[in-house]
Design a protein around this ligand. Sequence first.
Ligand SMILES: Nc1ncnc2c1ncn2[C@@H]1O[C@H](COP(=O)(O)OP(=O)(O)OP(=O)(O)O)[C@@H](O)[C@H]1O
Ligand SMILES: [Mg+2]
Length: 276
Amino acid sequence: MAGFPVPLIVVGNEKGGSGKTTVAIHFVAGLLASGLRVGAIDLDHRQRSFSHFFANRAQWAERQKRDFPLPRLVTIAPSERETKSLAEGEEAARLARVISELSEETDVIVVDCPGADTALGRAAHSTASVIVTPLNDSFVDFDLLAGVDPETYEAKAPSIYAEFVWESRKRHMIEKRKTIDWLVVRNRVSSTETRNQRRVSEALTKLSQRIGFRLAPGLSERVIYRELFPKGLTVLDLIEGKTKGITMAQVAARQEVRGLIAALRLPQLTRVLAAS
Ligand SMILES: Nc1ncnc2c1ncn2[C@@H]1O[C@H](COP(=O)(O)OP(=O)(O)OP(=O)(O)O)[C@@H](O)[C@H]1O
Ligand SMILES: [Mg+2]
């Protein structure tokens, strides 16, 4: 794989609790289940939920004497250099080094960003091949992308985060002659759509055309997306290869996760599926 550009999937937004780590975990688990070698970079040095998930997975595998595939995981700590600009430079260099090392031994890399504006998060966004932004189905989360008119619910000016993604894409195009794909994922969608959720959904569709992101099929609100965390498993591990004892809800969850992974449109994945 040396010299070949490995897709870098950066899961980020600057809003806490919107589902970044959940989405990132399911990407990694799904890509591993497809037979790809996956690199995982945890930029949330304080919470480390992404890293803890894979530590739980390794421990559970050992306890169960089973073989659950693992990514090559790296947690990047913030720099302790004395000035902000020195620290930011060192962090960007650390991230570039880790990406370069992981590219030698993996087919795809997934990055989990913290829910805040950090230098590491910014550096990851600007080198991404795909930026994935999970949003809960509410105007509070929509505000992360743009404000809305209180009467018509039409989107107003793009937010700081949307402007930042736009700038990253522009710079990437100028410097590397490559586009950054931007995928927005509705998360925690409830099974019964309220009028408010319909408004959010319509506003997102319109905004996607205006500021140039794709809308991925979302993840519903499901306990299965969080209850397996202590074991480091996902619904895909649970039912892969099994037919007995599977609930309809688990089958539906698996379909959602697969739909989300397919929305990444990774050429690597197409090759693996074609070969299998
Ligand atoms: N689709 C879902 N169904 C059920 N629970 C969910 C879903 N998505 C996320 N959650 C739960 O919501 C909480 C926040 O999710 P998560 O930690 O993935 O968000 P985050 O964006 O990574 O947060 P932070 O910004 O703090 O890193 C967690 O308890 C998680 O299990
Ligand atoms: Mg997180």
